[in-house]
Design a protein around this ligand. Structure first.
Ligand code: F6R
Length: 221
């Protein structure tokens, strides 16, 4: 695990990895997260004014909600990255139906080169909540009480937090060639330790990453 001295350092270290990927490989296919942790990385990437014309992206997950709501993950991505770069609108993808077509789209692009993940306080990656099958593919999921509580900070009240989402599966994520897991804050330390050093179990979805041979974990307080 790489421990960064600050959130800025964490954000720019991951931005460096993304920059290297998209400069050295054309096309590059990225798996992208939302949430609070990657905001600094997106800001850093936007400020670097990179050429995104040969980059294809697949978001990990979306809430099942009106996509025009300011807290939808589609709005988040447009606001924090897509509308601020020269990425082609037909090059970015959110999980869509039929899910087999979304999976085919990833496979048809020869797979994700670099997948960036955050981690939930309950060990979820994307929205694969505890108990998700290690073989799971893109599907609709019920969000756990913990996730709804954690994400209520983005909404006016907890009742507004969507209770369902579409997420890439753990099987889908594990096919990425390289994975970076970003985590920030004391509240993530315990689950990170359990996921990276404990038993590999479906009760802790992120523990599946122990079975991937190209994972980097970056943490800052
Ligand atoms: C969101 C996602 C989630 C978040 C996780 C951590 O696209 O995939 O797994 O990465 O819930 O969220 P933050 O960064 O807000 O703590």
């Amino acid at each position: 695990m790489i421990v960064s001295k600050s959130y800025n350092e964490l954000s720019s270290t991951v931005a460096d990895m993304v920059e290297t990927q998209i400069k050295e490989h054309s096309p590059s296919k990225l798996g992208l997260p939302t949430g609070s942790t990657p905001l600094g990385m997106y800001e850093e990437l936007v400020n670097r004014k990179l050429d995104w014309s040969n980059t294809i992206t697949f978001n990990l997950d979306v809430y099942l909600m009106n996509i025009n709501h300011p807290e939808s993950y589609q709005s988040y991505m447009r606001k924090n990255l897509f509308d601020r770069t020269n990425i082609y609108p037909n090059h970015y993808h959110f999980p869509f139906r039929p899910f087999s077509a979304f999976e085919d789209k990833i496979a048809g692009s020869m797979g994700i080169d670099l997948c960036i993940l955050g981690i939930g306080t309950n060990g979820h990656i994307a929205f694969n909540e505890p108990g998700s099958s290690f073989q799971s593919r893109t599907r609709v999921v019920e969000l756990s009480e913990q996730t709804i509580k954690d994400n209520s900070r983005f909404f006016d009240s907890i009742d507004e937090v969507p209770t369902q989402a579409i997420t890439m599966g753990l099987g889908t994520i594990m096919e990425a060639k390289k994975i970076i897991l970003m985590a920030r804050g004391q509240s993530k330390l315990n689950i990170l330790n359990v996921a990276m050093n404990g038993e590999v179990t479906e009760d802790v979805p992120a523990s599946i990453l122990q079975n991937h041979d190209n994972v980097e974990v970056l943490y800052c307080e």
